[in-house]
Design a protein around this ligand. Structure first.
Ligand code: ADP
Ligand code: MG
Length: 241
């Protein structure tokens, strides 16, 4: 579903943020990306939907190149859901409107159909009661679940998550992770940047460990947690577990 081949990226002329990164994610697979702060995780995940351009290499999603000039990037992006650390809901729209907008503007659904879909998704993420509230009236965990529902409304081929629980109070982390576990069980292809190693152990098919712009390890979660090969991963795990 997602294929990255020898991806290189520089910020400016001198700083190489991604170094020869190759990775493939099969349909229905869940990949956790971890590593120290500044190692390039956010940049890597943003290249998958073209939010960050690359300097060389190749990225395809469901067989379509993200980097080819002929690709309609807006259309591709609408098929790859992205959930950020800070929710990024539209503050002036209520929860249902937030979930309807892309469906109407991008997919051309009729408002009534978009509404039905929005309400069904709100129910799926446990927020049926909050449908007419505004983002500011919700907790962080609830806002993040709305952001996930908004992504799902586009019927994405894959979902990308960049530290979706990092901005949340501890008591809200699980309500968001539970929704993500449900998605994984339903067969969604997911790439998740997270420090939640419990989630990685329980849900990830593979764990990718990055350091200084390189993919240092790409292992099954059993292997990664049981016997990380690199010293860098061992050191990282010893600090966070
Ligand atoms: P991570 O998500 O692993 O913390 P990032 O991908 O955010 O890492 O950043 C990797 C490195 O690239 C960091 O050193 C960061 O300071 C740098 N960086 C990130 N975005 C930019 C940018 N737009 N311009 C220049 N440097 C950047
Ligand atoms: Mg980051």
């Amino acid at each position: 579903m997602i294929e990255m081949k020898s991806v290189n990226k520089w910020y400016g002329k001198t700083f190489q943020v991604l170094k020869d990164c190759s990775l493939s994610v099969a349909k229905g697979e869940v990949i956790v990306v971890c590593g120290p702060s500044g190692s390039g995780k956010s940049t890597l995940i943003k290249t998958v939907n073209g939010l960050e351009p690359i300097n060389s290499g190749e990225i395809t999603v469901a067989g379509t190149s993200i980097t080819a000039k002929s690709t309609n990037l807006d259309r591709m992006r609408s098929k790859i859901g992205m959930v950020f650390q800070n929710f990024e809901l539209f503050p002036h729209m209520n929860v249902t409107e937030n979930i309807k907008l892309g469906q109407i503007k991008v997919l051309g659904r009729r408002p009534a159909e978009a509404e039905t879909k929005a309400l069904a998704l709100l129910d799926r993420v446990g927020l049926a009661e909050q449908a007419s509230k505004y983002p500011s009236q919700l907790s962080g965990g609830q806002q993040q679940r709305v952001a996930i529902a908004r992504g799902l409304a586009m019927e994405p081929m894959a979902m990308l998550f960049d530290e979706p629980t990092s901005a949340l109070d501890p008591e809200m982390i699980n309500e968001v992770l539970d929704v993500m576990v449900g998605l994984a069980k339903d067969g969604m292809t997911m790439m998740v940047v997270t420090h939640e190693m419990g989630f990685a152990r329980k849900v990830a098919d593979r764990v990718v460990f990055m350091d200084h712009g390189e993919i240092v390890e790409d292992a099954t979660s059993t292997d990664f947690f049981g016997s990380p090969r690199s010293e860098r991963a061992q050191e990282f795990l010893s600090k966070i577990l």
